[in-house]
Design a protein around this ligand. Structure first.
Ligand code: PGA
Length: 233
């Protein structure tokens, strides 16, 4: 399974290095594919089994894009994994589907592993399944769903950082629909915690998880990795 941590705008460079060191110890003992997305200022060359990716980058080698980083800055640290389409970038930073697709193409051409996020806001879910599927389908526009280095993460916006989660039946239902769109591994994200990860990982068509706040302590994230190992035994 794929167990990924999105650290968002948390932890300093110093604390991130310690965090990765701790997680590496449990990843070494684990069968899981472990990914960590630290803040951009914490990126570095990590010679670890844990794969370190960037939460964002601009689709350029370098240039005049104030506040962004490009391929050159990722290459410096050998970063070959990127998170694209996260709901916070779509909704807080205002990234359009068109721009997200452009970013996707650029990093696909560079052979990056792409964790591509999709998910609906609360009002869309409340509008019913057809509306919800139409909304999520629009987030697949311009995306090569057959890309070999693609991982998709389904993260309902209303479940991110809120402690709310869909029911396990709802997760299974939407994951089954999304599996028809792409053969890529499909992660669930949105308030995954130590106390619900076992249930989530056992849902059909869930190939792993993308964890935010509950992954901020290495000890907790390691527990989740261990749970995933235990389930596979
Ligand atoms: P959360 O965030 O686990 O804090 O809900 C998940 C994410 O945004 O990827």
């Amino acid at each position: 399974m794929i167990i990924a941590a999105n650290l968002k705008t948390n932890l300093t460079r110093h604390d991130t290095a310690l965090y990765i060191e701790e997680v590496e110890k449990c990843a070494q003992k684990s069968e899981q594919e472990v990914l960590i997305f630290p803040a951009i200022s914490s990126l570095d060359t990590f010679e670890t089994k844990v794969e370190v990716g960037t939460q964002n980058a601009y689709p350029t080698i370098n240039g005049a894009f104030t506040g962004e980083i490009g391929l050159e800055q990722l290459d410096e640290f050998g970063i070959k994994t990127i998170l694209i389409g996260h709901s916070e970038r779509r909704h807080i930073l205002g990234e359009s589907q068109e721009f997200i697709a452009q970013k996707f193409d650029y990093f696909k051409d560079q052979g990056f592993k792409i964790v591509y996020c999709v998910g609906e806001p609360k009002e869309v879910r409340e509008a019913g399944k057809m509306k919800m599927l139409a909304y999520i389908s629009a987030q697949y526009e311009g995306i090569d769903t057959a890309y070999e280095n693609l991982i998709i993460a389904y993260e309902p916006v209303w479940a991110i950082g809120t402690g709310l989660t869909p029911t396990l039946e709802d997760i299974q239902d939407i994951h089954t629909e999304l599996k028809k769109k792409s053969p890529a591994p499909l992660l669930y994200g949105g308030s995954v915690k130590v106390n619900n990860i076992k249930d989530v990982l056992q849902v059909k068509n869930v190939d792993g998880v993308l964890v935010g706040s509950a992954a901020l302590y290495a000890e907790h994230f390691c527990t989740m990795i261990e749970y995933a190992d235990a389930l596979e035994k």
